[in-house]
Design a protein around this ligand. Structure first.
Ligand SMILES: [Zn+2]
Length: 127
């Protein structure tokens, strides 16, 4: 799930540029583009399962090796991520988004949505 840093950084910059153009009125303090929030660390891609006013819950699957049975098992991970106002309008339940780690914003939230990457996941599922 984790991508190469250079690739991710350029994608993030592109996302920031497009968001800047679209929305210059964002007054969200915890927006990583217009506010003071800095994102760093791990990246994850997942499907939005629930949308709240200022956060989303995303879910993704990964395979984990179980040593006892020498086999791989599927495991699901759920992450709550901060949803900035300027990105929030575009995102609906079922969308495929990318989140990045940030400082803990609350008990649940220590990730922030940085990009909408809809479509790519759907194509993979069709195969
Ligand atoms: Zn913003």
């Amino acid at each position: 799930m984790e991508k190469k840093k250079s690739e991710v950084e350029t994608m993030k910059e592109k996302g920031i540029a497009s968001a800047m153009e679209k929305n210059s009125e964002c007054r969200d303090r915890d927006c990583f583009i217009h506010g003071h929030l800095k994102t760093h660390g791990r990246f994850f891609d997942g499907t939005v399962t629930k949308k709240f006013l200022k956060r989303v819950a995303i879910e993704f699957e990964k395979t984990v090796y179980v040593r006892k049975y020498e086999r791989y098992a599927k495991s699901r991970t759920k992450i709550h991520a901060r949803l900035p106002k300027c990105i929030g309008e575009q995102i609906e339940v079922g969308d495929y988004v990318r989140v990045q780690e940030c400082r803990p914003l609350s008990k649940l939230i220590h990730f922030a949505v940085i990009e909408k990457i809809n479509g790519r996941k759907l194509k993979e599922e069709e195969k």
